[in-house]
Design a protein around this ligand. Structure first.
Ligand SMILES: *Cc1c(COP(=O)(O)O)cnc(C)c1O
Length: 881
């Protein structure tokens, strides 16, 4: 039955409790201990059953309970405190305000220095301050912010959510852009055979901390996106993440046809056509939405390639509305685009068949004035290969001037993967850098642990940089206190796991004896190893089971030194091998009667993740290097004081893995996966037996594992300041957002004159580049020199119709390897000396040799222009032959 009218009924609160409404609609409650506590206190059972959703809670709580708390002085005082804290948070002078004005070398864009660039809409006034001189838009297909918004699948989403939270803490003028999924990601449960089943609960947007964006006349704000033969409508929901708004598109509305209703139905659901539909909505719809909301965006961040179509839409707008040519428009777009890749393997990248790209997006080729092949080349590494698919990562890389991987090792892997896009550029200079991921400290550290850190380190620990003196105070935390707190976290986790397990078994109709057994799983005093992540096969969730007898000895061999495992994670619904792993673990448990020692917790989500990273003792990770781009759950664990036990991959490869945990292997890469599993499983067992178990159970007279606690303190002190989104977002701001925004203002100023100049210069450069010849290189010495000797190199270059203003000539020098190549060469810009009488340009440099051995040098020419983001941007490089 269709309703003839609908109403949005909002909770009715006694006037004295009105502040609760405001608190509920700003996700700041998730990382403000006082507020979260307040909602729990309001109704603990409802808090749990609503999946920690304060909006749903306020909508369903009994009037009697509300009248009760109105009389509760303690509650009211806490509410007022929380409301005040939020107000203070939104008012405080932020890192952005302190940093951005100072010393970034940018001009003031006529705003007056005291105009607040971060005056973005708060939950009360959704109309943006369009006078803000800059705005960074962060596009992501998923956001993992809080438990009650299940629109994420795993690490990528939680990272995006943490990015927004830290951007809010730092006061960045950032807005998030995403899709609001009607069903979101699935809920997991297991059948009696241990096989993963999926359930897709429908998200009830009206009972979530979401605002529907409206026009001034009260009607729904809508945008449209063209698809073949039809127009699709979307409305806009906002979730307020502290200071940062996250806007999400929703196509589940009339008059869209049933297929189009489903564009925003499921995260990563549907077939390849649906995937293209979604990415068009995210990228193209996202740009239109920001425009409709009145934002003047100065930097665009594509978190993974899903949103790369945004570049096409931005170019279209510049062509059709600003009268720019395609190359001019593309220049503006690329100069202000930032791309983060998260995929270390080609198989993980979104690839679309060329005919589908033309079918869905061919009209952009026409607007751009490109042939079909020229258009498809935007998504191809090898532009001449007309059969190769259209890669969203390649499109994003070609449409951005700042690109990065998510850990140092992943940066190296990405440069290797995409080096073909920069022919002739030495691998270490391929302009894909790395910004190592982090996690949001106030979201992932347990409440009691946060209070402990607040007490001994001061409240700044959650964002303090690595050299901050507060980290020296780590030893001020008494061992007893840290340990008792940790044991409490372990107990909390175990109690919750039992509860979840019991509920899961009841729902499945399990037998009373099974349910009784679930009430007794795990031992609160036993060394607990945690493993929780997506069940993708490369993560090798079953590596620890490889030698059944050996792992049983470790688990049960010594009754005073037992070990137990808590495991959780979802497999993608279509990933059958991933599901097999889940079943294998559950069979292993049952066949070996290990129900008490090994628990698979169903339906891994943010809530269980937070309990596990606080309540386990060791965090295990066994990916096949280098396939874990970053991995972030280990960072969460480290911040809670857990040592990591992991293969050297992702973030762990760059962490202090000796002092803050243990490394499995030494970063080897194997050809034979079976052999690798054998070696690494044995290494894991060895470390468990000889180091982990021994250290954990080594107790002093008071029963305290002091050496273990020392390792916990190292894990916190050394990892918290580094693998933290406060550090990460500061890095994005300073290395990517500020420069891109500056380029935006420069290139678009004066009615786009600088953008036009740069585009025309590039065109001219491309036409004449190949006429440049390096004529003569003169080295001042013979082949044998000594350390500390300076060598002068002079070169003559025929720049043809170009001039010294267009190029930089560089000496490239370094050690020569066995195959006769310069490895890890270092470039040195040569000094221009003027022209000789034949019109050749003369360049000179002095090289000081500080190491012995076979050293080589070469010469190269790179483009130079004041508006370029880097010399690599035009993708031209000329080497001496
Ligand atoms: C942190 C987190 C992840 C990511 O963990 P990895 O170590 O990167 O696999 C996945 N899911 C949830 C719910 C998380 O909180």
């Amino acid at each position: 039955m269709q309703p003839i009218r609908t109403f949005n009924v909002s909770p009715s609160l006694p006037a004295r409790l009105e502040p609760l409404r405001k608190l509920a609609y700003n996700l700041l409650w998730d990382w403000n201990v006082e507020t979260k506590d307040l909602f729990r206190r309001l109704d603990p059972d409802l808090w749990e059953s609503s999946r920690h959703n304060p909006v749903l809670m306020l909508g369903t709580i009994s009037q009697a309970r509300l009248l009760e708390v109105v009389e509760d002085e303690g509650f009211l005082a806490q509410m007022d405190r929380a409301a005040l804290q939020i107000e203070d948070y939104l008012k405080e002078r932020t890192w952005y305000e302190k940093t951005r004005d100072k010393g970034s070398g940018t001009k003031n864009w006529g705003q007056g220095s005291n105009s607040s660039p971060s005056s973005f809409p708060n939950s009360q006034s959704p109309i943006p301050n369009t006078r803000s001189p800059e705005c960074y838009a962060y596009f992501s297909a998923e956001f993992g912010l809080v438990d009650c918004l299940p629109i994420y699948s795993g690490g990528l989403g939680v990272l995006a959510g943490d990015h927004l939270k830290s951007a809010s803490d730092l006061g960045l003028p950032l807005v998030g852009v995403g899709l609001l999924y009607q069903q979101g990601y699935f809920a997991q449960y297991l059948n009696a055979d241990g096989w993963q089943q999926e359930r897709y609960p429908i998200n009830d947007f009206y009972n979530m901390p979401l605002h529907l964006e409206r026009n001034p006349d009260g009607s729904e704000l809508r945008i449209t996106v063209d698809y073949p033969g039809r127009t699709v409508y979307a409305r806009v929901w906002r979730v307020q993440v502290g200071r940062v708004p996250l806007y999400m598109l929703d196509t589940n509305i009339e008059p869209n046809n049933p297929y189009d209703h489903d564009i925003t139905d499921q995260l990563y659901g549907g077939d390849i056509d649906m995937r293209i539909h979604q990415e068009i909505m995210l990228g193209i719809g996202g740009v239109r939405m920001l425009k409709a909301l009145g934002y003047n965006v100065t930097a665009y961040h594509m978190n993974e390639g899903h949103a790369a179509f945004s570049a096409l839409e931005r170019i279209r707008i510049l062509i059709q509305e600003q009268g720019l040519s395609y190359i001019e428009a593309r220049q503006v777009v690329a100069s202000t685009n930032i791309f983060t890749t998260h995929t270390p393997v080609p198989a993980g990248i979104d690839l679309f068949p060329p005919d589908k790209v033309l079918y869905y997006l061919g009209h952009y080729a026409e607007i751009f004035g490109l042939s079909k092949d020229e258009f498809l080349a935007l998504g191809r590494e090898s532009t001449g290969d007309l059969s190769s698919p259209f890669s969203m990562a390649v499109l994003a890389l070609k449409m951005a001037t700042f690109s990065n991987g998510v850990a140092q090792l992943h940066g190296t892997v990405s440069r290797q993967m995409f080096k073909g896009l920069w022919t002739g550029v030495p691998i270490q200079e391929v302009p894909i850098t790395a910004i190592t991921n982090g996690v949001h400290a106030r979201s992932c550290v347990a409440k009691s642990t946060q209070e402990l850190y607040d007490r001994y380190l001061g409240p700044n620990w959650s964002s303090a940089p690595v050299d901050h003196p507060l980290w020296d105070r780590m030893n001020a935390i008494p061992d007893e206190e840290l340990w008792r707190n940790h044991e409490r976290c372990r107990l909390d986790m175990i109690l919750y796991v039992r509860e979840r397990l019991v509920k899961h078994l009841r729902d499945r109709g399990a037998s009373p004896s099974e349910i009784a057994q679930a009430q007794e799983v795990l031992d609160p005093y036993v060394l607990t190893i945690g493993f929780a992540r997506r069940f993708a096969t490369y993560k090798r969730a079953t590596l620890w089971m490889r030698d059944i007898e050996r792992i049983k000895r470790i688990l049960l061999g010594n009754k005073d030194r037992k070990v137990q495992f808590v495991i959780a994670g979802k497999a993608h619904p279509k990933d059958i091998p991933g599901k097999e792993l889940i079943r294998e673990i559950n069979h292993f448990i049952r066949e070996n009667n290990l129900e008490k020692q090994i628990v698979f917790v169903p339906n891994y989500d943010i809530h269980i993740a937070r309990l596990m990273v606080a309540g386990c003792d060791v965090w295990l990770n066994t990916p096949r290097r280098p396939r874990e781009a970053s991995g972030t759950s280990g960072m969460k664990a480290a911040m809670n004081g857990l040592p990591n036990l992991s293969v050297l991959d992702g973030w762990w490869d760059e962490a202090d893995y000796v002092r803050t945990g243990w490394a499995i292997g030494h970063g080897e890469i194997y050809d034979d996966p079976n052999y690798q599993d054998e070696v690494e499983a044995n290494a894991l067992y060895d470390i468990l037996e000889k180091e982990v178990v021994a250290l954990f159970y080594h107790r002093d007279a008071d029963g305290l594992p002091r050496r273990w606690v020392a390792k916990m303190k190292d894990a916190i002190r050394l990892n918290c300041p580094l693998f933290n989104t406060a550090r990460m977002v500061r890095e994005y701001a300073q290395r990517a957002y500020f420069p891109a925004s500056d380029r935006y203002h420069i290139l678009t100023g004066d009615n786009y004159a600088p953008a036009k100049e740069l585009a025309a210069w590039k065109l001219n450069l491309g036409e004449h580049w190949y006429n440049i010849t390096i004529k003569d290189i003169d080295v001042s010495v013979g082949p044998d020199i000594e350390v500390n000797q300076t060598v002068t190199v002079k070169a003559k270059v025929d720049l043809a119709t170009l001039t010294n203003n267009d190029v930089q000539v560089e000496l490239y020098q370094g050690a020569v390897d066995a195959s006769g190549e310069i490895v890890n060469g270092v470039p040195l810009v040569m000094e221009y000396q003027g022209e000789d009488d034949q019109g050749l340009s003369i360049y000179k440099a002095d090289v000081l040799y500080t190491t012995s051995g076979l050293q080589g040098l070469s010469l190269r020419v790179l483009p130079k222009h004041k508006y370029l983001s880097s010399p690599y941007e035009p993708r031209l490089i000329l080497w001496a032959q």
